[in-house]
Design a protein around this ligand. Structure first.
Ligand SMILES: N[C@@H](CCC(=O)N[C@@H](CS)C(=O)NCC(=O)O)C(=O)O
Length: 247
């Protein structure tokens, strides 16, 4: 199978982590978001939402939504299991993943896009912007691109986004009171969902993961980074990767 993904994208990182935990072979197809490759006809045929990642199966069938892709992979190859076996804990796991999708990712996108997309986007002419917007399939993401190009997020908005992102650490500290991993004592798709956000928090505000104030999350983060899958999933530092691409 082929994974169409962004190296710095949190949703893509989640799927790369899952594939690595499973030891599954796949062809990596990086998608250049700056060049709007994710809004090309070919990509939209795999993911009508025009966001990365998308998985293309060997028989040509596509799959989108990182959480759905991860559950599919866990069904396809059950070992090692990445979901709790009992129904209640599986539901708790899904609610945590949904929380990261709905409440956390939008805030990280504000922070990431302000660094990666905004400098170039502010230079686009109205005609260029219109041409780009015409290719974006959802109103929500068109709005986000307009914001980045014409009404950059203010310092206050970015501070609010960071604060909502950091709320994840508090939530995880509470969940980790009950077990060393987020749900039901075993490493699961809930942990995998959290990793890309904690990795970014480690870059943006490392003291938020301080062992003195957040001992359980600090210890969790240490253990996550020791997993071979973490190395295999290729988490480049966001700022370093952007500089390397600009050079
Ligand atoms: N719910 C989707 C979110 C995917 C998503 O937002 N991907 C971002 C990168 S993390 C993206 O493609 N952004 C580019 C854009 O919106 O133009 C998933 O989990 O797959």
């Amino acid at each position: 199978m082929k994974l169409f993904h962004g190296w710095l994208s949190s949703a893509s990182r989640r799927v790369r982590l899952c594939l690595a935990e499973k030891g599954m072979a796949y062809e990596s197809v990086p998608v250049d978001l700056g060049k709007q490759e994710h809004h090309s006809e070919k990509f939209l045929a795999m993911n009508p939402n025009g966001v990365v990642p998308a998985l293309l199966l060997d028989d040509g069938r596509p799959l989108h939504e990182s959480s759905t892709i991860c559950e599919y992979l866990d069904d396809l190859q059950p070992e090692p299991p990445l979901r709790p076996t009992d129904a209640y804990n599986r539901a708790v796991m899904r609610n945590f993943v949904r929380h990261t999708d709905e409440k956390i990712l939008p805030n990280l996108l504000i922070l990431n896009w302000s660094i990666s997309l905004q400098p170039g986007a502010s230079q686009w002419s109205d005609a260029e912007l219109k041409e780009k917007l015409d290719r974006i399939p959802t109103a929500e993401r068109r709005e986000a691109w307009i914001r980045i190009a014409r009404k950059p997020y203010t310092v206050e908005e970015k501070a609010a986004a960071l604060s909502k992102l950091l709320a994840l650490v508090e939530k995880m500290e509470n969940m980790l009171q009950a077990s060393p991993w987020l749900v039901a004592g075993a490493y699961s798709l809930a942990d995998i969902a959290a990793v890309p956000f904690i990795a970014r928090i480690a870059e943006l505000q490392p003291d938020a993961l301080d062992a003195a104030s957040k001992p359980r999350v600090a210890d969790w983060w240490e253990r996550v980074q020791q997993r071979p899958a973490f190395t295999q999933a290729c988490f480049e530092r966001f700022d370093v990767a952007l500089q390397a691409r600009a050079a």
